[in-house]
Design a protein. Structure first.
Length: 217
């Protein structure tokens, strides 16, 4: 699926979502790619079993025009947030991501936008990309995962090696200057309480906000 909604860990197309409930507000998720430059040990890509009709695995990457077509058909009076989040890393398709964020803010300026990212977009593109999101992104949610570079690499198995951890934190600091809300996240069942506290201290020292998110099965 390219555009979808979620409910209790299950994914639904917009049409299926409306069949289930035609009145309640919901988040709208956009899936741009299967590609990811991390290979996290806890990632749902490793374990999630999905029927083909509700799968987030893309047979090919959608064009901007295809995504816009699906967005035009969405029930915008019920959309409380638009989130770029799929089985891949959205910033690997940076130009398409930015173009679609601009479309959303132009067509539906009051709807909040969020990017769920591993925070390695600046490594991927070899430049500071945070200014690209000025005025079009409301929330950046960045996967912190661990309190040290060694623990981070053991969990994420990043293609960029041990240096990915510091690059992710630097990206978060860059985003603070261009996006209203920036949060770093860790997964509760992956991280022990003392590790969560170390992550909180790390974020506090850098002026960043930590959110502990539930593990999705």
């Amino acid at each position: 699926m390219i555009v979808y909604t979620t409910e209790h860990g299950k994914y639904f197309s917009v049409a299926e979502s409306l069949e289930r409930d035609a009145h309640s507000p919901r988040g709208l998720y956009i899936n741009l790619t299967n590609r990811c430059d991390n290979d996290c040990v806890f990632c749902l890509r490793q374990t999630k079993q999905m029927a083909e009709s509700s799968s987030l695995w893309l047979k090919r990457e959608p064009t901007v025009e295809e995504v816009e077509c699906e967005l035009r058909a969405a029930p915008w009076d019920l959309i409380k947030e638009v989130v770029f989040c799929g089985f891949g890393e959205p910033t690997l398709r940076l130009s398409e991501l930015v173009e679609l964020l601009n479309w959303i803010k132009r067509e539906h300026p009051t709807v909040p936008t969020r990017l769920n990212t591993n925070g390695l977009g600046e490594l991927a593109h070899g430049r500071v990309i945070a200014p690209d999101f000025e005025g079009i992104l409301d929330v950046a949610s960045i996967s912190l995962n661990a309190s040290t570079a060694e623990k981070y690499y053991a969990l994420t198995r990043s293609s960029y090696g041990i240096g990915a951890f510091e690059a992710m934190l630097t990206f978060a600091e860059h985003m603070k200057g261009h996006v209203p809300t920036v949060v770093l996240t860790i997964v509760d069942k992956v991280s022990a309480p003392d590790e969560i506290e170390r992550c909180r201290q790390l974020c506090d020292a850098r002026g960043l906000t930590l959110r502990v998110r539930p593990f999705e099965k």
